[in-house]
Ligand binder design. Structure first.
Ligand SMILES: Cc1cc2nc3c(=O)[nH]c(=O)nc-3n(C[C@H](O)[C@H](O)[C@H](O)COP(=O)(O)OP(=O)(O)OC[C@H]3O[C@@H](n4cnc5c(N)ncnc54)[C@H](O)[C@@H]3O)c2cc1C
Length: 378
């Protein structure tokens, strides 16, 4: 990628991950001038083994951006939620009045589609250009990179990392890792997703082109041991985690991710907004990390549609206020799922079972729950 002639733009986007690129495409739709910086070389931008369950709200954003049509994706129409013992819920998209709950995509495919769209639209993406510092200077913000200085009116930081020691960051280490990979699941209907709560942590199966990607959360030590198990032994363990309901086979692509919760109390500062994992890094239990980020991007874009100065304190303050309820609720729900399903003794498992039972029996409750997961708080 050749550097553009200009050393300034209205918005500087730090990070060409799925969040930074989605924002850049929306800014282009608005006719706003944006430039994207990434530390990695172009060939490595798509190195991401994660598989993302996109909610219906996020999927619709990609339809509007004409990205959905070029994305290899598998729809989710049924979701099974259960815990060991008593309590299970089955959610069917058609009974809740929607064609699908969302779609499963590989992060690498999503980034490829976003990069291609950025290229077609002439959006400058500077690879191998890490932003080393950013300094707000009343009317603009100055970015330092090894390729020289750069100026913008707003710096959107979607750099993925959120250090625990950064000011105003709330941090919790779950002491868990997520093992991910792909399996075949005999007996499970295509387009079905599964979420199962076990005493060690949650486990999920997401449909992906005739196979399923699994997310298996375990305490760090156990995750290390499980990652080293031969395929057959690990598959047995995975089947047990799902209550031996489905026969699993053909495992491949095992990888591990350590899990933390981190979030910035204020996702804005002078001429700066943090988005995606750089604003909040969530436990993957409810598949909300990227979906929440897409809603954050949606609100920012709505506000920028009207704003003369995209980095004004007024615009950023409105953004922070507008996003606060959905951020708080989604972070709280995700954290509640991650921690609340762990105790295996006493009354808590019974209360959980009763809550799942009530959810299964009550259609309006189900609809409200599904609404939150698909579109966030509104
Ligand atoms: C196991 C697992 C499963 C998940 N499943 C789901 C799911 O089902 N649904 C969902 O919604 N979310 C899910 N998530 C969360 C989702 O993966 C993240 O929210 C999302 O990928 C974050 O994207 P991002 O663009 O913010 O960050 P990243 O993808 O980390 O991108 C950041 C980019 O910034 C670049 N960068 C870093 N520093 C600099 C710098 N100084 N200068 C320039 N560039 C820089 C990096 O090179 C990188 O390209 C899951 C997460 C995990 C771990």
């Amino acid at each position: 990628m050749t550097p553009p002639p200009s050393s300034s733009s209205e918005v500087a986007v730090v990070g060409a991950g799925p969040v930074g690129l989605t924002l850049a495409l929306w800014l282009h739709e608005l006719g706003r001038d944006a430039m994207v910086f990434d530390a990695r070389p172009r060939a490595r931008l798509t190195d991401d083994a994660r598989v993302l369950a996109l909610s219906l709200g996020t999927w619709r954003q990609f339809e509007r951006l004409q990205i959905a049509e070029r994305l290899p994706a598998t729809p989710i129409r049924t979701i099974h939620v259960s815990q060991r013992g008593f309590g299970r819920v089955r959610l069917e998209a058609h009974t809740l009045g929607v064609p699908l709950f969302g779609a499963v995509v590989r992060a690498s495919d999503l980034i490829t589609a976003l990069l291609e769209a950025a290229q077609t639209r002439g959006i400058a993406v500077l690879d191998e250009t890490p932003v080393e510092s950013a300094e707000a200077q009343s009317e603009r913000i100055a970015l330092r990179t090894p390729k020289g200085a750069f100026h913008a009116r707003l710096c959107a930081r979607a750099e993925g990392r959120l250090p625990a020691e950064a000011e105003g960051v709330v941090s919790h280490d779950y002491g868990q890792s997520a093992l991910i990979g792909w399996v075949h699941a005999e007996g499970l209907a295509p387009e079905s997703a599964v979420e199962r709560f076990t005493p060690q942590g949650p486990a999920a199966l997401l449909p992906d082109h005739g196979q399923w990607t699994f997310v298996h959360v375990l305490p760090h030590g156990e995750a290390g041991q499980a990652a080293a198990l031969p395929d057959a032994a690990y598959l047995e363990r995975l089947e047990r985690a799902f209550g031996n309901r489905w026969r699993l086979g053909g495992i491949h692509g095992r990888a591990a991710y350590p899990l933390v919760l981190r979030w910035r109390r204020r996702p804005v500062a002078e001429r700066t907004v943090w988005l995606g994992n750089a604003a909040q890094t969530l436990h993957p239990v409810a598949g909300q990390g990227f979906n929440l980020a897409a809603r954050d991007v949606g609100t920012l874009v709505e506000l920028l549609r009207e704003a003369d100065d995209p980095g004004s304190a007024w615009t950023l303050e409105r953004y922070a206020r507008r996003r606060a309820p959905d951020r708080r609720l989604t972070i709280g729900l995700t954290d509640g799922f991650a921690r609340g399903f762990l105790p295996r003794e006493g009354l808590i498992p019974l209360a959980r079972g009763a809550a799942l039972f009530a959810l299964d029996a009550c259609l309006p409750l189900k609809a409200r729950f599904a609404q939150q997961m698909m579109f966030g708080w509104r």
